[in-house]
Design a protein around this ligand. Sequence first.
Ligand code: HPA
Length: 278
Amino acid sequence: MRRKNKQSSSDPVKNLVSKTDPVRFCVISGSSIFGLEDYETTERSVETAYGRVVLDIVDVHGTKIAFMSRHGKYQCHPPHQINYRANISALNQLGVQFVFATGAVGSCQPEFKPGEAVIIDDFVDFTKNRDESFFQDGCTVCHVNMTEPYCRRLQEQFTAKSKHYEQPIAGKGTYVCTEGPRFETRAEIGFYRKMGWELVGMTSVPEVLLAKEKGMCYCAVAMITNWATGMDDQPVPADFLDRISALKHRLNQIFLAIFTEDQLTQDGCSCNNSLLHL
Ligand code: HPA
């Protein structure tokens, strides 16, 4: 089937999907989307309290799946300037409940190698200057539970489907989120490595916790593009993002299979019940 790109109308609010026709599923990735040419794709513009977000809605055999480039579909905001609140707010307005996110990372541990996929199961936050809550501006005091930031159920579903698709997963790991846009120093990576943390990247925080604040089940799969600074004697390669395009394509196929074949429900999952209001 031919890919159709319907452009959004000039009134972005008109394009909001009503709650009676929600888009329940989303894939967030770091760069442009490919491998979806066989499906009908509609561009959508969503106006949020934090700004406007443009994303694609892909119709996979009747299941509508939002595809979002976190850096912006037309702009390219660096990691520290991504409008994370607008992105997650837009997904919430669409009715999204389940998110698979991918991101490029460096490896801080010898057992995780460039080219491999790793499920992120916890994070350490070294970001400095990001809006990381929907509750930071007003007088509502609200805390979000971070016992399990990444949805355990979606992780299990992903692991099972990866086996079915014969996609090796190197394991699970803790993600250190740095502010960027610079890479880390040798001393910083030496510290993370000694602490036993496996992965370093710049975008999972605050994306994961904002998704949690909105009650979404959010699972992140890291794609290792390089050894983190000082892990080998080579500098981070210039083509580090290109190195993972085949992997990214396979991961997308697995996410689509889960969204279209599995019966996903939030019943009994703690992700949509993680807020403590004071
Ligand atoms: N550090 C931080 N972010 C990254 C890296 C890295 O080595 N590789 C890909 N994203």
